[in-house]
Design a protein around this ligand. Structure first.
Ligand SMILES: CC(=O)N[C@H]1[C@@H](OP(=O)(O)OP(=O)(O)OC[C@H]2O[C@@H](n3ccc(=O)[nH]c3=O)[C@H](O)[C@@H]2O)O[C@H](CO)[C@@H](O)[C@@H]1O
Length: 378
């Protein structure tokens, strides 16, 4: 049988989470000779996801270097992929989302005359600078790709509005839901002692204390660096001081632009728990245990509705309006007063909380990877 040769390229934690269901489905399908190249744009955070989903890359460009900027990442990915694509000469290169790896991967394939298929195509904020540089990355990848796997009908319409031919766009749902449901099942089978050891006795007990409320926080977007992060931390500080029975659990991203303000403003508050970034399994467990999520992450906005958790998004714009429209996500920006009011409204008003935690998820039902692989096989 003539197998199709597919080269999947990814390099960061969220890309690995979202590509894991696809590369596993490709590996299980007899019609494909599937190869994986990781760029390791984020070394440590990528490796834990590879381990968790039992993915063994065929190539590892290992491009990460201290203090890397967009010039470093883009040029290293592009140069590193030249040899890999020439050696493999795949029929299709598969890229995901909007990272620098995704953009440089698509460009490298294009230079070598290889067709590009784009997973999670068609997300747009309409503002080239937010998120930076992701909005530009995903827009440019849409110019290059020949197959566009759009997670929702809205993303399909965004692509049509940019004159992408309709037959090249397939609505699949988002593969992050496939990954999340797979992981939630596994996590549910872990003994409680695992979490007790990982989070420590105090935090573990608080997480299970029905009299307390838990807010999970993640934040790392470039466009929030500086004043945005300071305001956000001030908001958390004030909330924590005014509500001793609420806990704020914050796995702090490794980027120094994030760590500095977080440590300056939030250290030494008894109900603010600053912890190291979590591997995907404990993060899924924690999302499931918390009452509310405050985030600027894209993936978390997509995952939370499947767990029935309301999300407040600390951004001015989002490329994911579907969940805002469905009522499970609200945009609050980084203004301190707005964040405080939104958290207090939600945790203080059971009927509002109930409405926002409805579990309809516009991003899919966990079968996106299957659809993508079926389509690639055609
Ligand atoms: C706003 C934006 O442009 N975001 C892009 C960014 O991802 P995004 O903003 O989602 O990136 P994050 O680093 O927040 O990663 C989110 C993922 O990591 C998990 N998590 C989070 C915190 C933690 O401590 N541990 C952990 O495992 C979450 O469950 C989620 O699955 O790259 C993705 C991959 O191309 C794109 O889909 C997104 O559009």
């Amino acid at each position: 049988m003539n197998q199709k040769r597919v080269l999947s390229i990814f390099g960061t934690r969220p890309e690995a989470i979202k590509m894991a269901p696809v590369v596993r489905a490709l590996a299980a399908h007899p019609g494909f000779d599937s190869r994986i190249c990781v760029t390791a744009q984020h070394r440590g955070m990528l490796d834990q996801v590879l381990g968790l989903f039992e993915i063994k890359p065929d190539y590892d460009l290992n491009i990460m270097s201290p203090g890397q900027d967009l010039f470093d990442v883009t040029s290293r990915v592009l140069l590193g992929l030249r040899a890999v694509i020439r050696k493999e000469s795949p029929d299709i290169v598969l890229v995901q989302g909007d990272t620098t790896t995704c953009f440089a991967g698509a460009l490298a394939a294009f230079y070598e005359g290889v067709a590009v298929a784009h997973v999670e195509a068609g997300l747009r904020t309409g503002n080239l600078r937010a998120p930076f540089p992701e909005e530009v990355n995903r827009t440019l990848v849409s110019r290059i790709a020949e197959l566009h796997f759009a997670p929702t009908d809205r993303s399909r319409r965004n692509l049509l509005a940019e004159n992408i031919p309709q037959p090249q766009i397939i609505v699949t749902g988002n593969t992050v839901i496939d990954a999340l449901l797979w992981m939630r099942e596994r996590v549910g089978a872990y003994p409680r002692s695992v979490w007790k050891t990982l989070f420590g006795e105090t935090l573990f007990t608080r997480i299970h204390d029905n009299g307390r409320r838990r807010v999970l926080i993640t934040g790392h977007r470039r466009e929030n660096f500086g004043q945005g992060f300071k305001d956000l931390c001030q908001a958390i500080r004030e909330l924590a001081m005014n509500h001793a029975d609420w806990d704020f659990i914050y796995p702090v991203h490794l980027n120094p632009n994030v760590r500095q303000p977080v440590n300056d403003i939030l250290l030494r508050l008894p109900n603010v728990h600053l912890i190291e970034p979590l591997d995907y399994a404990p993060f899924v467990w924690l999302m499931n245990e918390c009452d509310l999520i405050l985030t600027d992450s894209g993936g978390v906005q997509e995952e939370a509705p499947s767990l029935g958790k309301p999300v407040l998004v600390m951004r001015e714009v989002t490329e994911r309006p579907e969940a805002v429209e469905a009522g499970t996500v609200r945009l609050v920006g980084t203004d301190k007063t707005t964040i405080i009011a939104a958290v207090e409204d939600l945790l203080g008003d059971p009927s509002l909380y109930e409405r926002m935690s409805r579990t309809h998820n516009p991003y899919g039902n966990g079968h996106a990877a299957e659809r993508i692989v079926q389509e690639l096989a055609r």
